[in-house]
Design a protein around this ligand. Structure first.
Ligand code: ZN
Length: 155
């Protein structure tokens, strides 16, 4: 395997795709967002329960698609759970910079999520990695209810 693909499909990422964390239904969700990445065929359904103070009390997802899309969703939910909206919005910006520009090697608030920086070398995979975060972005904009987002529409 070439080194760029090795960076993309690291063990931690593969582990998240095989055993996604926070995977399942959330019956008392405040916000539900369906995300589509038609370029690859990835789909996720993100469900968030916001606490009274606006923090991410619970976050779960279901979905299907490539390893990167599902691993990214798993890692995102793990990272955002329990955080405030402001923290989640900061992570969203940091992740976007990471997968489009590569960020730097300094540890950041993203932790393990930084392992996904390998996608920047594969433009089609950037959409896969961003899918869950686009859904998160939409969830942040909603107080409640349901919405749909697509990686094919610039936000
Ligand atoms: Zn994909």
């Amino acid at each position: 395997m070439n080194p760029e693909l090795e960076e993309l499909y690291q063990e931690v990422i593969l582990d998240h795709s095989r055993r996604p964390r926070n995977f399942g239904e959330l019956t008392d969700a405040t916000v539900r967002v369906h995300g589509d990445n038609p370029a690859c065929g990835d789909e996720i359904d993100l469900a968030v329960k916001f606490a009274d103070d606006g923090a991410f009390e619970q976050i779960k997802f279901t979905g299907q698609g490539c390893a990167i899309s599902q691993a990214s969703a798993s890692m995102m939910t793990q990272k955002v759970k329990g955080k405030t909206r402001d923290d989640a919005a900061s992570m969203l910006r940091a992740f976007h910079d990471l997968v489009t520009q590569g960020g730097d090697d300094e540890p950041t608030m993203l932790g393990d999520v930084q392992l996904l920086r390998g996608v920047r070398k594969f433009p089609q995979r950037v959409k896969c990695a961003m899918l869950a975060w686009r859904a998160l972005e939409q969830a942040l904009e909603q107080q409640n209810g349901e919405a749909t987002v697509s990686t094919e529409v610039e936000t």
